[in-house]
Design a protein around this ligand. Structure first.
Ligand code: F6R
Length: 602
């Protein structure tokens, strides 16, 4: 949802801003722009289109400025256009800013500002912010910001500069913003990966923080102007993790990283004879727990469906999950003692955070499962379990999804032990399954030629179905989402038994049905459902851990694995299928149309 980058130091700022924007482009890519100050003159260059279009515009530019701000946009208010692109400037062209978030009271503020003589040129909510700051500006940017933000309602991460002062001012409210600390230079960005080529030392701004960056130092203050002590942390992520490293797309690279990611997620949590997930240890609460409430969106929500199954199966524990945008506004019978589990790759998804705050208001302890250190989910939860997937750049979530399910499985197993439901033999059995998982993930990846072959057939169709029962149904839901998202083919997921209640009407000659089967007990039922499809001309592609002999289906045998582990392996299958189909369709894989990673608006 829009990417922000800023730099102040001794180096020419333009290439730093452009490279930073290229790294942030997965957050939005409908327009891009930069602003810089040189000899007291403010210059703004912006355009509709990608960061590459901006870079083309700047090719002949001779600017040598050493500080500035940049933005890549995912439109909310106002169509993608040169005018609506950020940065936006004040009437006197002395102040400018970039924004990630939504200003909710922008209409009232706009009318008010117009009546005070301000002129607007864009349709954005952001433009009112710069005029509001201009109204209070008397030569000190942070003072104007402290006053100006009191008029704003909504979510905003802002980076501002003035032509009259050599500094960058940042503000964070409900949208992420990170400071990067260099030698004689400071950076800011919407996320850590954008900063990795320059520095590993970062400060994660907290709710309401205002930061002032200068060449040699930075300062963080609160909304009353009081200085705050902040911690500079050193990230363990490496710059190469945020690069394609020879892969044609980030998505493929991230799919292929999964054996390592799964190994990393298991590290120190599974020994020869013990499962340990200290982060999930809520002491005496666990044996008496009556319920778990999940909060998540999109792919992370699909991981929680599997998480719910884990808790029910392994812990005999009731769990409720629903997409966060619905759950946050629903009234349900609130049971106690219960725990909230919030799952989010970015840790910044607005609706997911909405559920988190609601659960906190209801005084439930909350465990956050996230991939990003210092993210809102990690800060606002009582406990955080990190997925250790490394930076996920592709908009379509892959390695974060499988590592979320793995963490949920570890959590369910450790709670199962606490609730006396996991005996020694069972624990040893799961340890063995978990240790084999990264190798089995590699075996799935080794079948990539097969997925490519199937993708070549799928690209010819407009509609396809995904089918499964129980955990395989959750895989089907994620499979259909991934296929729609990156290949733009229309894909629908159904529980095996549901097809005949309506959608079977759409099955005709050669309609592809991608099916998953990893549960022996329901295999006969699924096979009957396949017959229903086949007798209407549908074409079954079956991905299964079972030994099924059926010459009329296309069967891909997956590595044998426990039923509860299979959703993780199936994750790789559905990702490879979607990836190769999108590639065959010539789609823009890492940056699908209309989508952005990290959805920080409702
Ligand atoms: C789909 C996808 C999205 C995200 C969703 C939640 O491939 O990536 O559905 O899963 O926007 O994002 P996080 O996990 O960052 O909260």
């Amino acid at each position: 949802m829009c990417g922000i980058i800023a730099y102040i130091g001794n180096k020419p700022v333009m290439p730093i801003l452009i490279q930073g924007l290229q790294r942030l482009e997965y957050r939005g890519y409908d327009s891009a722009g930069i602003a810089l100050v040189e000899e007291g003159e403010l210059t703004i260059i912006k355009t509709k289109g990608s960061v590459d279009s901006l870079s083309d515009l700047l090719r002949e530019s001779k600017h040598q400025a050493v500080y500035g701000i940049g933005h890549t946009r995912w439109a909310t208010h106002g169509v993608p256009s040169d005018t609506n692109a950020h940065p936006h400037a004040s009437c006197d062209n002395k102040l400018t800013l970039v924004h990630n978030g939504i200003i909710e009271n922008y209409k009232e503020l706009r009318e008010q500002l117009i009546s005070e003589g301000h002129k607007f040129i864009s349709e954005t909510d952001t433009e009112i912010v710069v005029h509001t700051i201009e109204k209070y500006y008397q030569g000190n940017l942070e003072e104007a910001v402290i006053k100006g933000i009191q008029d704003l309602q909504g979510a905003y991460a802002l980076a501002l500069i003035s032509a009259q002062e050599e500094k960058i001012v940042l503000v964070r409210k409900q949208s992420p913003l990170i400071i990067g600390v260099g030698e004689g230079e400071c950076y800011a960005a919407s996320d850590i990966p954008a900063l990795l080529p320059y520095t590993k030392k970062v400060v994660i701004l907290e709710e309401g923080d205002i930061a002032i960056l200068r060449k040699d130092n930075f300062q963080v203050i609160n909304s009353e102007g009081k200085e705050k002590r902040v911690e500079v942390i050193e990230t363990t992520w490496d710059a190469h993790l945020a690069e394609k490293s020879g892969y044609p797309h980030f998505m493929l690279k991230e799919i292929y990283e999964q054996p390592t990611v799964l190994k990393d997620t298991l590290r120190e949590r599974v020994s020869e004879d013990q499962l340990l997930l200290d982060e999930a240890d809520l002491g005496d609460l666990i044996p008496n727990l009556r319920k778990v409430y999940f909060g998540a969106c999109g792919t992370a929500y699909h991981a929680t469906l599997v998480g719910k199954l884990y808790l029910e199966t392994l812990c005999d524990l009731e769990a409720e999950t629903e997409v966060a945008s619905e759950f946050r506004y629903r009234d349900v019978p609130w049971v106690k003692p219960a725990v909230g589990i919030i799952v989010s790759q970015s840790g910044e998804t607005a609706d997911t955070l909405g559920v988190l705050s609601r659960l906190k208001e209801l005084s439930y302890p909350v465990i956050g499962i996230t991939n990003v250190i210092g993210s809102s989910v990690s800060r606002e939860s009582d406990r955080t379990i990190y997925t250790r997937a490394g930076p996920e750049i592709s908009v379509a979530s892959t390695k974060a999804y499988t590592s979320q399910m793995l963490v949920l499985l570890l959590l369910a197993l450790s709670w199962s032990k606490k609730r006396n439901k996991l005996n020694y033999e069972k624990e040893r059995y799961y340890i063995k399954e978990l240790k084999e998982l990264p190798f089995k993930a590699q075996q799935v990846l080794d079948k990539s030629e097969l997925f490519l072959e199937i993708a070549r057939e799928l690209k010819e169709v407009k509609h396809l179905f995904y089918l499964g029962r129980l955990q395989d149904y959750y895989t089907a839901l994620e499979g259909a989402l991934k296929m729609k998202e990156i290949s733009y083919l229309h894909a629908e997921a159904y529980a095996g038994g549901e097809l005949k209640h309506g959608p079977l009407a759409l099955i005709e000659n050669n309609t592809p049905v991608i099916a998953f089967l990893s549960n022996k007990s329901i295999a006969p039922k699924m096979l009957s459902n396949f017959e229903e499809v086949r007798s209407r001309g549908g074409k079954i592609y079956l991905f299964t851990t079972l030994d099924i002999k059926e010459s009329s289906f296309r069967i891909v045998k997956l590595p044998d694995s426990d039923m509860l582990v299979s959703p993780i392996l199936n994750g790789l299958v559905l990702q490879l299928l979607a990836y190769y189909t999108a590639r065959e369709c010539g789609a823009s894989i890492d940056k699908p149309r209309n989508l952005a990673k990290s959805v920080t608006v409702e």
